[in-house]
Design a protein around this ligand. Sequence first.
Ligand SMILES: [Zn+2]
Length: 393
Amino acid sequence: MKKLLFTCSLLFTTALLTSCATSESDNAQACNAGNVKLTTEFATARMDSCKRTADNEYLITLKPENTPINSSPWYAFKVEADQPTTIKVTMLVKGDEHRYPPKISQDGKTWKLQPYKLKGERLVMNIAASNDPVFIAGQEIINNQYYIDWANKLMNTNAGNAMLSYDLLGNSTQGRPIYKIESKGQGNEWLVILGRQHPPEITGALALFPFVETLLSNSELAATFRDKYNILVIPNINPDGVQAGNWRHNANGVDLNRDWNDFKQIETKQINGYLEQLVANGQKIKFAVDFHSTKSNVFYTMPIDYGVEDAYFVRHWLGDLDQKMPDVEVVLKPGNNPGLGVSKQYFSDKFGVHAITYEMGDNTDRQEIKDIAFNASNLLMANMLSDVDHNKE
Ligand SMILES: [Zn+2]
């Protein structure tokens, strides 16, 4: 297995948009007075409390939106100072521990690791503050506007493609738009791509973008694929959680990826309704991929003997990925939790097909995330188009 060390020299870029610095943060508890300011007036910002403890020393406490909750303390704040100075920031997580090593960015697009030390439960860092603000965040900031700009760019790149559409699927609990991108060809079978049920799971988002770009590319494989299969992409399912910098939940404090049985939340309910409507109109859901992040790269699958069609399909596909990328460990974890309300299980139970939860490690090298996504996307298309009998090993 290739070592995925996260070194401080690592510099990764995302095409992050300048709209980082918009307003609408409703959780601002900022140290926003004096020569040095720590502020949260931008989308995705989160700093649950901030205290100046001495000259140029600050204590930030992070708290979840509600409990119980999966441990993924998110933070994002802006630092600026009237005069160049170094400040010491200590971060504590109430009732939990840190998950994301801090990143720093001046423009919100290019991020690098911010040096830090862990002293027990305290994460301590020295930050060079000046009148050029810097962003500090748990991962690269990918806000709601980023998705809109990404989709618009995709539509512009594919302006001649009449099969492609981008429009509203529905609205979130707080009324934010939930968008879908669709490619509709001649056939009636659909590949469904989901993303960002869990707001801080940025590496999942960093995988979804190149994965979808590859599906919509002008390669011969992708063009052939889109002639045969339709694609539905819902890249940002939890825009309220993204806006608020939530650790995991939607605006009602509910984990959306535990709601695919009950559909008590408007976000999942609308997607289920849309898929039911497709099926009622003679369409067939063929496969689904839901993008997330966890400690290390892992593909959660349904068991081969679960009884869905093309029993070996996922094994064939990810087996091909394993062969294609010998330096990357491709880990498959089959599982079956009928009561849990996870999207993967929903697709299998409701439509009788395979689905996976595509998890990238929090600290996986950003270029490697892109490489895996590119290969996984191409191999998925090749497998869905191949004549191989996926009911056999
Ligand atoms: Zn997740």
